[in-house]
Design a protein around this ligand. Structure first.
Ligand SMILES: [Zn+2]
Length: 342
């Protein structure tokens, strides 16, 4: 597996803004990669990307899903002093974006940089700056533009409903750690691309054609509610593993999810994934994610009669400034490759 390629494409997609519902640009980058592996790409009407790994026969029994959308925000209100109130897209803690650099994307394709602060950001000015409740009502976006009222902001072309993205601050350390926002779920997309590149270069042909479905609305709860091929027996979601206190997942192995908030994943499918790891010396951890849902649960709730499994790299501090290690990415890629081949 080409580890340099995975890191390089991961950096590129992490640095490309894609809050849920604003995923066109990141899909253009991903589409170009698939096309370079001779894979045709099509889109669902709501903007998800579909492609296929060609099999020895064209029946489709397996699908692989991940999501390209991330957390973000929208311009909710422009205050009289020219500061912006933000409405969150996706579920995250307000303090996880405190003091973060961000970008406002206007409908006429201009981008303006800014910073998210609390309304009392300076200890030298506000005696309650430390104890101020971290809520979206107590946060505001300051543009890096000389604006002092609503009209100044509107004159830039910024309007209510414009998308806001956060600086990913991607870092790859010489000790193998990857730190960035949006590793959920861009790490999985980089893994899928890395595996597809390997399959293309090594001329691997699975028994049956496999659908790959990259959704653009997972963080807001309806990514895979449509778009999956109706012939499939199995859906393997590649999404983040959740390490932390009390968790079995770590940042070095592939995490196999036995159960999340929506209940158990398919028992036989989970056991098959464990067996693939054991047979191929892939380092893995089985785990339960307490506060977690995925596109797999969404597909089941939409009425699909399929077995669903979920694997992913262990992503520490999820929905914040996230961290994982290249070992976890490579173990996940190995499991995905063996699953495709089996
Ligand atoms: Zn995710």
């Amino acid at each position: 597996m080409n580890h340099d390629y995975i890191i390089q494409i991961l950096k590129s997609i992490c640095e490309t803004p894609s809050p849920s519902g604003y995923t066109k640009k990141v899909f253009e980058i991903i589409e170009a990669e698939f096309k370079s592996f001779d894979m045709e790409v099509q889109y669902t009407k709501k903007g998800g990307l579909i492609t296929y790994i060609d099999g020895k026969d064209s029946s489709i029994k397996k699908a692989i899903a991940a999501h390209a959308d991330t957390l973000g925000a929208m311009v909710k209100e422009i205050k009289n002093n020219g500061r912006i109130v933000v409405a969150p897209i996706g579920g995250y803690m307000p303090h996880s974006i405190e003091c973060e650099n961000c970008y406002v994307h206007t409908v006429n394709n201009k981008t303006f940089s800014g910073t998210i602060y609390t309304i009392k950001p300076s200890v030298h000015v506000h005696s309650d700056s430390k104890t101020l409740e971290r809520s979206f009502d107590n946060m505001e976006l300051l543009l890096d533009s000389k604006v002092s009222n609503k009209q100044d902001v509107n004159a830039l072309g910024i309007e209510i409903g414009d998308f806001i993205s956060f600086d990913s601050r991607f870092r790859y350390t010489d000790t193998g750690y990857i730190k960035s926002r949006h590793l959920d779920d861009k790490a999985s997309i980089a893994i899928i691309l890395g595996v597809c590149k390997y399959i293309y270069e090594n001329k691997i042909v699975p028994d049956h054609t496999i659908q790959i479905y990259l959704t653009g609305h997972e963080e807001i709860g309806h990514g895979a509610s449509s778009g999956l091929n109706c012939e499939i027996d199995e859906l393997l979601c590649i999404d983040m593993g959740a390490p932390g206190t009390g968790q079995n997942t770590d940042e070095y192995t592939v995490s196999i999810c036995a159960k999340d908030s929506g209940g158990p994943y398919d028992y036989e499918f989970k056991n098959k994934l464990v067996k693939i790891c054991k047979d191929n010396n892939i380092e893995y951890k089985v785990d339960i994610y307490p506060n977690y849902g995925s596109d797999g649960g969404v597909a089941l709730k939409a009425g699909m009669d399929i077995k669903v499994g979920l694997i992913g790299a262990g992503i520490y501090a999820s929905h914040s400034y996230e961290r994982t290690h290249i070992d976890s990415i490579l173990n996940t890629a190995k499991l995905l490759l063996e699953y495709i081949k089996e």
